[in-house]
Write a new protein. Structure first.
Length: 221
């Protein structure tokens, strides 16, 4: 079993009771292999966010199956889906969404504590991850004391805090200027490669997409 993520004939329709239902996804197939970094490129309205939400177990498809590490997640109770998200998935968004009242290290420690890791081990992992992205010197700084690029690098570390097998990212550098975007993307790719992660990364930046292993394009239905 080589696929971390596999979507089989996934369909999603909104406003099903309205006069004009909108089929956002229609029998979509997608797989992400172990260690593979896949770029997801799509125009607005093509279903990119819906796809990521379904892949991230934040939404359920109307049809088809979602398999994570070979396990069929379709129809599982919310508790099991929440557990799978916490154990297997890491999320990065366009905006960092760091908790403003906590330091960089604390933002990485908190998800680990929620996952049952001891405070000592969580702090050690936070220190290790911050070292990977060159931010050990910012460990005690709060988000407001860091640049946009630094905040996003901390968000990368938070996404990897619990050692996921799949990283899902939605425009992870879209809120940064081009120069900072390139630098931060280099950090992200380095993290993914060094940790052996699989990743599905949505981006409008075709130059960044070309640097990934494979590009998947969605078209409006």
């Amino acid at each position: 079993m080589n696929d971390v993520l596999k979507l089989e004939a996934v369909g999603k329709t909104y406003d099903k009771t309205g006069p004009a239902p909108v089929a956002v996804l229609d029998r979509l197939d997608l797989s992400v292999a172990r260690g593979e970094v896949v770029a997801l490129v799509a125009p607005s309205g093509a279903g990119k966010s819906t796809l990521l939400h379904i892949a991230g177990l934040l939404d359920t498809p109307d049809t088809g199956r979602v398999l994570l590490n070979g396990r069929d997640m379709t129809g599982l109770p919310d508790r099991d889906r929440t557990e799978a998200r916490r154990q297997e998935l890491g999320f990065i968004y366009q905006f960092h969404h760091l908790l403003p009242e906590f330091s960089a290290a604390e933002n990485i420690i908190l998800p680990q504590l929620a996952n049952g890791v001891t405070a000592r081990d969580a702090a050690a992992r936070a220190d290790m991850l911050l070292g990977h992205v060159g931010l050990n010197h910012r460990a005690t700084h709060r988000p407001a004391q860091m640049s946009g690029g630094e905040q996003q690098r901390v968000a990368f570390c938070r996404a990897l805090a619990n050692g996921p097998s799949l990283l899902l990212a939605d425009e992870p550098t879209g809120n940064l200027d081009p120069e900072t975007s390139d630098r931060v993307f280099d950090v992200l790719m380095s993290l993914v490669r060094e940790t052996g992660l699989s990743a599905l990364i949505a981006t409008h930046n075709h130059a960044l997409a070309a640097r990934m292993d494979r590009v998947v394009r969605l078209a409006r239905s």
